[in-house]
Design a protein around this ligand. Structure first.
Ligand code: SAM
Length: 377
């Protein structure tokens, strides 16, 4: 029998579980010496075995392979007792590795807008030694809430886009490979779906989404075909949309550059979930929560996200902004960050061979400087 969310939360020893429309906050109990679960020798032994696993290796209970895991861990370098914010918990692959390093005195705050991620979090909460907390909402709202609460963190990180869990759950409509309702919502309580965009938005607005979020060269033709076809029959499944896109494309474009619907599906998913708006709001909030010396890191899977992470971190790392023709600096601006490393980290050949989904991943990070001239890389 599958467990309900409240049951999972109860078994995981979590308090403050509420259900209903988002945002939902799960506040886990802070673990202490009196924690009954931690007293068990079986659990202590299990935890010790977990801690001995190689860096970058997800635990056996985590079927999902986190992308650039070893590189992210090296960058963040979590230490016992620190506080980490995982802004995109997903299947918990990265979070599990980070939590192992934080140890019993550390704190992991996990965020995701997907109720499935919340279920996965309950499993992690039961097996991890550190204090844990889950916030189910968009990460921009969750980080604003943490700022209001005065939370300070030693690291915050984003692993952007959709999870394997989301793309592989056919009925959620993220994939152009399976027939399913045209949905694509990360938070199923949200109103806007991909079906609604395709059924109701005007041609110009659809073309703009496909162009801006999918960098689709044939955005105009696809939007035109969507509007023409929907006047005859509703386009409310993924494969109906794939057919529409294929019919709109000139023959060479149908067979070049990967699946013909790839860019349009990415564009719709970004629009449905306001992914870029969320990221633009979240980056400064995450940065603001960091203590001096704290690390911010982002893994992006397409250039629209990567550019945003790069630009944001680059702005923090920028010093003098005086016009170049001024002989001396009058602005007095000092860098607030050190980029570590200066360029994006990409997956190794080994990772690409074992996980083709890592193909387009780019990891960037920066350390918050406590004083201007320290560590300016
Ligand atoms: C690539 S997956 C993360 C995978 C995770 N790092 C792991 O190792 O399992 C991205 C996750 O971020 C979540 N997500 C994306 N945008 C979000 C947003 N604006 N607010 C909250 N969660 C978001 C998605 O629901 C998804 O679960």
């Amino acid at each position: 029998m599958p467990m309900t969310l409240p049951e999972i939360a109860r078994r995981a020893g979590m308090e403050g579980f509420t259900s209903g429309r988002s945002p939902i906050v799960v506040q886990a109990r802070r673990k202490g010496p009196g924690d009954a679960g931690r007293g068990s020798s079986a659990r202590r032994a299990a935890r010790a075995r977990t801690a001995q696993r190689l860096d970058g290796e997800a635990s056996a209970s985590c079927a999902h392979t986190p992308v650039l895991a070893r590189e992210l861990l090296e960058l963040l370098d979590p230490q016992p007792g620190q506080t980490a914010i995982d802004c995109t918990f997903g299947d918990g692959g990265h979070a599990r590795l980070v939590a192992q390093r934080l140890g019993p005195a550390g704190t992991l705050i996990a965020i995701d807008r997907d109720p499935l991620a919340q279920e996965r979090f309950a499993a992690l909460a039961a097996e991890t030694a550190c204090s844990v907390r889950f916030i189910r909402s968009g990460y921009a709202e969750a980080l604003a809430r943490l700022a209001d609460e005065g939370v300070r963190a030693d690291m915050a990180y984003f692993d952007l886009g959709m999870s394997s869990m989301q793309v592989d759950t056919r009925e959620r409509g993220f994939s152009y490979s399976y027939d399913a309702p045209l949905d694509m919502r990360m938070d199923p309580a949200q109103e806007l779906t991909a079906r609604q965009i395709v059924a109701e938005w005007d041609e110009r607005r659809i073309a703009q989404v496909l162009r801006d979020y999918g960098e689709e060269r044939h955005a105009g033709a696809i939007a035109r075909e969507i509007v023409r076809r929907r006047a005859q029959t509703p386009i409310d499944t993924t494969l109906a949309l794939v057919d529409t896109i294929k019919d709109a494309l000139p023959a060479p474009a149908r067979f070049a550059g990967g699946h013909p619907a790839k860019r349009s599906f990415q564009a719709l998913r970004i629009a449905v979930n306001d992914e870029l708006g969320q990221l633009d709001r979240a980056l400064p909030l995450a940065w603001g929560l960091l203590r001096d010396g704290g690390m911010l890191a982002g893994i992006a899977f397409h250039s629209l996200e990567d550019r945003r992470v790069k630009r944001f971190l680059g702005e923090q790392a920028r010093g003098c902004i005086c016009p170049p023709d001024l002989p001396i600096c009058v602005c007095g601006r000092e860098p607030a960050a050190a980029l570590i490393p200066r360029r994006a980290i990409v997956p190794s050949a080994d990772e690409l061979a074992s996980n083709p989904r890592a193909g387009s991943a780019r990891l960037r990070g920066a350390r918050k400087l406590s004083t201007a001239h320290q560590e300016n890389a």
